[in-house]
Ligand binder design. Structure first.
Ligand code: 5GP
Ligand code: MN
Length: 316
């Protein structure tokens, strides 16, 4: 739980601000979009003008969330306060804050957070940044509307993989219950963000599943640009295949490596409780949590795979 002084400092900054720029990370997930919209709508409700920005835009699965159509890819106009959400370091926002030079406020839950903001609210016990937003709204007496709750619950559901990650807490469940009480469709949100996949995504899984390799308690797979092209999968991500890999029995760590068109490889690690993959991700300039971390690494898919496996084996 956050102590009160930074909360009052944040309150003072928000009270003094007229137009607030809110942003979150590239390749936005449910917590990025959910925290952004949740806090954005809450600030609008107390009379602030907000500019919501995600460099990569809003993924299709979140476009049903009220307010998502007001999220832009670049900042518009002037603003006097900037807030970065769910970002462990400043590079995660992409180029959004380049003109401003820094984030005034950094609200996040990653243990690898670098405290890059002028004011930093980092609660590593929170299962999602969205959970911290609920705490802040309550501290600021901003009512939870159904629209705000839909976004914030999306963040909690997605980051906790449906209330089942090892960092889940009774408090996070209570927060989810409070959000559910506003009347939001919890099963519907859950289905949309965790269960439902496109036909192309499942066929893309097929590619990744046929490339799986195992070495003791480590498994990994790769998805090449060629795999993606063959299937016609529209995203640059792994289509959540990592969650399938992490369900394999008798495995401690799984890794998925996805070739990108800009000469980099997006790597995701997942680990069983007792292992910490955030450090190995940081070695490659990434970050994350003990059981789930990621990095974007320049280089050829084969070379990056070799280097990543070499570093990862040391954890086992
Ligand atoms: P994923 O592998 O699903 O992209 O991410 C797993 C976790 O690692 C998430 O908490 C995400 O925020 C973090 N993460 C993923 N990629 C990066 C990265 O390039 N840099 C940092 N700092 N964190 C990352
Ligand atoms: Mn998060």
């Amino acid at each position: 739980m956050m102590d009160n002084s930074p909360v009052s400092a944040l309150k003072a900054q928000i009270d003094a601000a007229h137009r607030i720029l809110l942003t979150s990370h590239i390749r936005p997930d449910g917590d990025a979009v959910g925290s952004l919209l949740g806090l954005g709508l809450a600030l609008q409700d107390i009379g602030k003008e907000v500019n919501l920005v995600l460099e990569d835009g809003v993924p299709v699965i979140f476009r049903h969330l009220p307010g998502s159509e007001e999220i832009y890819k670049k900042p518009i106009g002037v603003y006097d306060l900037t807030i970065a959400l769910d970002c462990s370091d400043i590079s995660r926002v992409g180029n959004v804050l380049d003109e401003h030079g820094q984030a005034d406020i950094n609200i996040d839950h990653h243990p690898t957070n670098t405290y890059f903001g002028r004011l930093n609210f980092v609660d590593t016990k929170a299962v999602a940044t969205a959970e911290i937003i609920v705490d802040l709204m309550s501290a600021f007496d901003i009512p939870l509307t159904k629209n705000i709750a839909a976004s914030l619950l999306t963040g909690i559901i997605m980051d906790s993989l449906g209330f089942r990650t090892s960092n889940m807490t009774p408090k996070a469940l209570r927060t989810a219950a409070t959000l559910h009480e506003t009347g939001v469709d919890l099963p519907g949100l859950y289905h949309k963000v965790l269960l439902q996949h496109s036909y192309e995504a499942i066929r893309y899984w097929g590619k990744g599943l046929s490339n799986i390799e195992r070495e003791g308690r480590l498994i990994w797979t790769t998805l090449s640009l060629e795999d993606r092209r063959e299937i016609g999968y529209p995203g640059r991500d792994d289509a959540d295949l990592v969650n399938v890999l992490s369900s394999v029995e008798d495995i401690d760590i799984c890794v998925i490596l996805v070739e990108q068109s800009d000469g980099t490889v997006k790597v995701s690690w997942r680990a069983q409780p007792g292992f910490d993959v955030s450090g190995v991700a940081m070695q490659f300039d990434g970050g994350g949590h003990k059981p789930a971390a990621g990095a974007t690494i320049p280089g050829h898919l084969d070379h990056v795979t070799r280097d990543v496996l070499e570093a990862t084996r040391k954890l086992l």
